[in-house]
Structures are given as C-alpha cells and as structure tokens.
Ligand binder design. Structure first.
Ligand SMILES: *Cc1c(COP(=O)(O)O)cnc(C)c1O
Length: 355
C-alpha cells in the first residue's frame, strides 16, 4: 500500500489538535481555546468533537461487527471517496478506473482532484466485463511510466442499476488489480450477496465503504465508514480534517445504531415493498423492463423516460431520470418509499397515456 501513496501523503506530518495531544478525562480543559459557556446546552456544543469518534466506532464494532481498529469515519462516504483520491492519486498523473453506469460522485471527485478517469463499462446487463477489465489492466501495467492506475471503484449494490456483484467476482477484481480496490457498499444492508469486508484480511489493498445514509436512515448526519487495513486507516486518519464529524452527528449516529432492532424491522418493510412493487410494476404498460435490484430502489426502463419524468413531476412525484447514463436509455431510478408513496407512484404510472 505505501508505494501507492502520493509522496506528500506518505511523508505527511499530520496536524495535531488539542484532542490528540491529551486523551482521557480531565477536570479543567484549557487547551483548545473553546468558550466555557454553552449557550445551547446540547451535545457539548461549545466543545470540539472527538476527532477519532471513539465511542461511536466502538458502537459500530459492537452492533455492525466492523472492528474498531479497521474503521475510520467520514463526513458521509463522499468525504472518504474524496480523501482516497487525495491519498493515492498524483493530480495530472495518476488515474482511476470506473465501471459505468455507476455512482456519479466518483467521476466528480476525480475531476476535482485532476485525476484521469478510465472507463471499463459494465455489460448491457450491468455485469462486470471481465475480459475487458483483464485486458485493460494488463495493458495498463505494461505501459506504466510516469503515472499509473491507482484506484478502482466497484459499487455493489451498484447505483443506479441496483444489482450487487457476487463476492467471488469482487474477489476476482482484487486479484487482478495491484492498486487500491474500493468497494462501495452504501446499499449493502438491502442485499443478500454478502460483504467484501470478508476479503479484507486476504487483500490488504481493499477498502470497503459503508454509510449510515440509506438503511440506517441517517442521511442528515453525514456519517460514512471506511473499513480497511490498520495501515490504510492510519493514512486516512492522518490526512482528514481533524474534526470532520461534529458531535451532533456522532451522537445521532450512536443513537441510530443503538436502535438496530427497529432499523432491522424497517429494512424488512423495505424488502417487502420491493417484492410487492416488483410484481405490480411488471403489469404497467409503460414499463418495459425492470432490472434486478439488491438495493432500496428500482431501475426501470420505460417507453419515454423524459415524458414520464415530467408527467410524474407535474403530479408532485419526483423520480430520477437516468436515461443519459451509459446503457440506461429510457431508464428511471425509483426509490422505494412507504406503501402510500409507492401506491401513488404506481397509480400514476398505470394511468400514463402515450401521446
Ligand atoms: C447514497 C450513496 C452513498 C452515500 O453517500 P453519503 O455521503 O454517505 O451520504 C455512497 N455511495 C453510493 C453509491 C450511494 O448511492
């Protein structure tokens, strides 16, 4: 892993904040130039947050089974994605590999960091194209000179297509690629295909991303989790904003994770709705294809995505038009809502008349 790091990150002397210099309990804290007065009197609002989120990460280990020493938290997984680019990719030199159609943020963060994006598209049925991937990686290895391919993003379950890749395929990617493989498991909880965290011991250059934004119903708090080797976690820890996760967010996350029974029941509800909606979508005239999903949304192909998008929006129903994504012509992405919301959507789709 170390040889893959950007030189400035490998030799970084990290910022040391007051909360790093002294850990433990004291009576009087006069080390961080905080104001001793707390005007809102909630979540220790006048104090800096724990930069290492120790209490929350212990809870994450206890409830989610992600070992404390192998986790680092980000301000949403978006921060972690950005930080991975900043750790590994020399701007203007190194590159990252994406398999479109996939989550748009990877490309945006690559662009912001001046990192070239290489694409090895998924097949038209949204599977990993192994022959193309193998030949691309072999060619890249051979032609390496100044910069190189550092990061490879696998989103599983994939956004916007919904399908998860079987673990043996994820493992195959780890075997083929000698850089950092990032497996984004934002929708992991909705899937039954297993987690790449089981591969971490065998593949030290693997990073798995989770988030509390979806299944844990905590998008407002902005809590993402990276699971990786201790060494990689230490690097990510050295270069992140010291106080990247505010105390209110850490507290909200602690609370949500403490309610895992309710979250599990909520997950079952979403899975039931997924099953029910699948059956009903199949009988709607303007829906021509329903892609298999392991997530809390459907990608569907319709007769006229733009027309139907506007028709639904006029009725106050907002879905995501994904028809400009590769191999997603006339596709809409529909989040599974509550029963009433889903019924509203289904009724509107059923009533849609072609012009
Ligand atoms: C929603 C989503 C995330 C979550 O991002 P946060 O910044 O944690 O809210 C990450 N990856 C994918 C693919 C997503 O769809």
């Amino acid at each position: 892993m170390r040889e893959l790091l950007r030189k400035n990150i490998a030799s970084l002397n990290p910022y040391s904040c007051a909360r790093n210099d002294f850990t433990g309990e004291a009576q009087v804290y006069l080390d961080a130039n905080e104001n001793w007065q707390d005007f809102v009197a909630i979540h220790d609002a006048n104090r800096y947050p724990d930069p290492l989120a120790v209490t929350l990460r212990k809870k994450i280990e206890e409830v989610m089974g992600l070992p404390f020493k192998h986790t680092i938290l980000g301000n949403g997984s978006d921060e972690l994605i950005d930080n991975l680019f900043r750790c590994f990719c020399e701007p203007g030199k190194d590159s990252a590999l994406l398999m479109p159609p996939t989550y748009g943020a990877y490309r945006v963060f690559a662009d912001i960091n001046d990192v070239k994006v290489e694409n090895v598209p998924l097949t038209t049925s949204f599977q990993i194209d192994f022959p193309s991937l193998e030949s691309y990686l072999a060619k890249e290895k051979e032609q390496r000179s100044n910069g190189r391919l550092k990061l490879l993003f696998v989103c599983s379950p994939n956004n916007p297509t919904g399908n998860a890749f079987p673990l043996d395929q994820i493992e195959r990617v780890c075997q083929l690629f000698d850089g950092i493989t990032v497996v984004d498991e934002a929708y992991y909880d909705f899937s039954e295909k297993g987690s790449a965290t089981t591969l971490l011991e065998k593949y030290p250059n693997l990073v798995v991303l989770r988030t509390l934004s979806k299944c844990w119903a905590l998008a407002s708090a902005r809590v993402g989790i990276a699971i990786a080797s201790e060494e990689l976690v230490a690097v990510l820890g050295s270069m992140k904003y010291p106080y990247n996760l505010g105390t209110p967010s850490q507290a909200l996350a602690y609370k949500a994770i403490g309610r895992s029974d309710e979250v599990q029941a909520g997950l079952d509800l979403i899975r039931d709705e997924r099953e029910r909606m699948k059956g009903l979508l199949e009988n709607i005239a303007c829906v021509t294809e329903i892609f298999p999903t392991d997530a809390n949304f459907f990608l569907i192909r319709v007769t006229d995505a733009v027309g139907i998008y506007h028709y639904l929006a006029k009725d106050g129903i907002i879905v995501r038009n994904r028809s400009k994504e590769l191999n997603c012509e006339n596709c809409l992405r529909i989040t599974i809502g509550n029963k009433t919301e889903n019924d509203t959507l289904l009724a509107a789709l059923s009533a849609y008349k072609e012009l």
